[in-house]
Design a protein around this ligand. Structure first.
Ligand code: AMP
Length: 369
């Protein structure tokens, strides 16, 4: 029995095959699935993925694939757990396209393609928002006219849920009760943090969309909302949206690169690179500190994502703001990307955990079977 994990985006499709012990058997990435100006062809991409899986000898027959776990970005308030994809679930995902117009449509196209090409396999949806459905109302309601929540669904949903859930599970395995009050930091091209109390998300930095929170590769993160209004008046809503989502963050600040590796290379000679790094680390540290109020204390901080897993410099820069909370970095362990990199016996444990959203999706799919 094999489980296929599919992450279907607007221009690419990622896949990974697992056995029932959740060992990865192989993976792949298909890019540019829609040529410029054309509608992306997810069916063709899934076909290509299945052919590659067969060619590599990962299965002798496609019927060995008993289930497909699909990453679906938005589950709204309806889904707080993985769900088997029935026709009515598919309709709900379609309805939720209004909340995630860029992400849910390609996710849905991936589901439709897999249903057609693997008709005997159970299809499961794993939602990026699901883990944050335990947020209390005080954390997810914006101080806007209440009707906007009731009528339009305008509230904070949070994203990267599968990654935050995975981090919290690994942290619990490593630390037991000493991870009861945990801040999880997913720091990559997209970045978000979550306050996780006794395994449940009680607050997170992303909101109605992934634009809220800390600065990211190309997203601004939190800004005065009046700036968005002003930009919208000046540029029109589409260009303003593009500016905030695609031209801001590290890219906007440096004018050159959204890639943290580039900034780390140029920071000594380029003041803008250093400033972008400083802003990023300062804002992440502030969110960690804010979440200590949500958690009423702090036992551990877990880092993941391209930046969180790989850059000791960034982790150290973030932690330098937090000694008053009991955060103490072991510099050598941090430099070596060791899993537990806090000073032995320090009040707050610091963890570096490689992200594995695909494995978590496979694990949840298997559980549902
Ligand atoms: P992700 O979205 O999780 O793939 O992360 C992408 C981000 O991680 C990019 O900004 C990369 O520059 C950054 N990244 C990857 N490797 C490193 C590294 N060794 N040091 C610093 N940043 C890194």
């Amino acid at each position: 029995m094999k489980i296929l994990v599919i992450n279907a985006g607007s221009s690419s499709l990622k896949y990974e095959l697992f056995n029932k012990k959740l060992d990865s058997l192989g993976d792949g990435y298909i890019e540019r699935i829609g040529q410029k100006g054309q509608i992306p062809n997810h069916e063709k991409a899934v076909k290509q993925a299945l052919e590659s899986i067969q060619k590599k000898g990962l299965v002798t027959s496609l019927v060995e694939i008993k289930a497909v776990g699909h990453r679906v970005v938005h589950g709204g308030e309806k889904y707080s757990a993985p769900v088997r994809i029935t026709p009515s679930v598919q309709k709900e995902i379609q309805k939720l396209c209004k909340l995630a117009p860029l992400h849910n449509p390609p996710n849905l196209a991936g589901i439709k393609a897999c249903k057609k090409l693997l008709p005997k396999a159970t299809q499961v949806a794993i939602f990026d928002t699901a883990f944050h459905q335990t947020l209390p109302k005080k954390a997810f309601i914006y101080a806007l006219p209440y009707d906007l929540y009731k009528k339009e669904g305008i509230r904070r949903y949070g994203f990267h849920g599968t990654s935050h859930l995975y981090l919290s599970k690994v942290a619990k395995k490593l630390l037991g009760r000493k991870a009861d009050r945990l801040v999880t930091c997913h720091l990559g091209n997209g970045s978000s943090l979550a306050a996780v109390k006794n395994g449940k998300s009680i607050d997170t930095t992303m909101g109605f969309t992934p634009l809220e929170g800390v600065p990211m590769g190309t997203r601004s993160g939190d800004i005065d909302p009046a700036i968005a209004v002003k930009l919208s008046q000046k540029l029109g809503p589409e260009k303003a949206d593009n500016l905030l989502n695609k031209q801001s963050g590290l890219l906007g600040l440096t004018g050159k690169s959204s890639d943290m590796r580039d900034l780390l290379v140029t920071r000594k000679s380029n003041k803008k690179s250093q400033l972008a790094i400083d802003i990023f680390c300062y804002k992440v540290a502030q969110k960690i500190a804010a979440f200590t109020a949500s958690l009423q204390g702090l036992d551990a901080i877990a880092f993941t994502g391209g930046i969180g897993e790989n850059s000791g410099y960034i982790r150290a820069q973030i932690c330098q703001y937090l000694p008053h909370l009991g955060v103490k970095v072991d510099a050598t362990k941090n430099r070596k990307n060791t899993t537990i990199f806090s000073v032995k016996g320090s009040k707050v444990s610091l963890l570096n955990i490689p992200a594995d959203e695909e494995k978590e999706i496979a694990s949840q799919t298997l559980k549902l079977l």
